[in-house]
Ligand binder design. Structure first.
Ligand SMILES: [Zn+2]
Length: 100
């Protein structure tokens, strides 16, 4: 069931790769040039998905810029915002792990 949801989400998110032209603004006022599309695996509340995103590089910053990651809130992580705001998993039967 969640695999279907993840598949749907993957299809929806794949509609926008974040490619907004050959050059995009970099944070500090530079321009980052489009390099290629790169895949990223992301854990979402619906399951793992794989996204192809536009990857740009800023020569001044010597750093990669991935607009789609910023839009989705997954810059530098592989966990979606929905996942990172979820509480840690709780054992379904906590008493089962208690001694005695
Ligand atoms: Zn820059």
């Amino acid at each position: 069931m969640t695999a279907v949801g993840a598949s749907l989400l993957e299809g929806l998110l794949a509609a926008d790769t974040g490619h907004h032209g050959q050059w995009i603004p970099c944070g500090p006022g530079h321009l980052a040039g489009f390099v290629s599309y790169r895949a990223k695996d992301i854990d979402t509340v619906l399951g793992p998905i794989r996204l192809e995103r536009a990857y740009c590089h800023c020569r001044q910053c010597r750093a990669g810029v991935v607009p789609r990651d910023a839009e989705l809130g997954v810059t530098g992580t592989s966990v979606s915002g929905g996942m990172s705001s979820m509480p840690p998993p709780v054992p379904r039967y906590p008493w089962a792990t208690l001694p005695g």
